[in-house]
Write a protein that binds this ligand. Structure first.
Ligand SMILES: Cc1cc2nc3c(=O)[nH]c(=O)nc-3n(C[C@H](O)[C@H](O)[C@H](O)COP(=O)(O)OP(=O)(O)OC[C@H]3O[C@@H](n4cnc5c(N)ncnc54)[C@H](O)[C@@H]3O)c2cc1C
Length: 117
């Protein structure tokens, strides 16, 4: 069983915002972001605005924060990974590859398990 201080499930803007919020308040706690998508969180709404009409597409414009931000802030990312089971009482998620991740920040100032799916 993998132990983390915080576990965020969902790689949309909600998951990205949860990671940013955690790091604003806790610079050191271990954080894992799990997302079914193979890409880092991106701003989906830009797709229906001017982005797709631009002459040269720049996918990096969609990312906020950037992929580098997760590394720089020591957030482990597991993209392309589906969580198949949850046990909310135990703050635990089972991944499709059979691994279990438990989240248990001891001071309880922030939620240890964030579902942003
Ligand atoms: C083309 C387009 C245009 C839009 N325009 C606007 C707009 O103008 N204004 C506006 O307010 N909103 C707009 N939206 C909606 C806005 O983008 C969404 O409200 C927002 O993306 C929701 O973010 P979220 O993080 O809550 O959820 P999502 O973006 O749905 O993210 C959920 C994440 O959870 C992951 N996930 C789900 N189940 C699992 C699982 N079991 N295990 C692991 N990961 C899982 C998914 O893969 C995904 O990464 C638009 C959306 C689109 C697609």
């Amino acid at each position: 069983m993998i132990q983390r201080d915080y576990l965020v499930i969902g790689g949309g803007i909600g998951g990205a915002s949860a990671c940013e919020g955690i790091r604003r308040h806790d610079k050191r706690g271990s954080v894992t972001l799990v997302s079914a998508e193979v890409f880092p969180p991106y701003k989906r709404w830009i797709l229906s605005k001017s982005f797709l009409r631009e002459k040269s597409l720049q996918p990096k414009k969609l990312q906020e924060p950037t992929e580098h931000w997760y590394q720089a802030h020591k957030i482990e990312t597991r993209f392309g990974t589906v969580a198949t089971q949850f046990n909310i009482d135990r703050r635990l998620a089972v991944l499709a590859n059979g691994e279990s991740i438990a989240a248990a920040r001891s001071d309880h100032q922030l939620p240890a398990l964030v579902s942003a799916m």
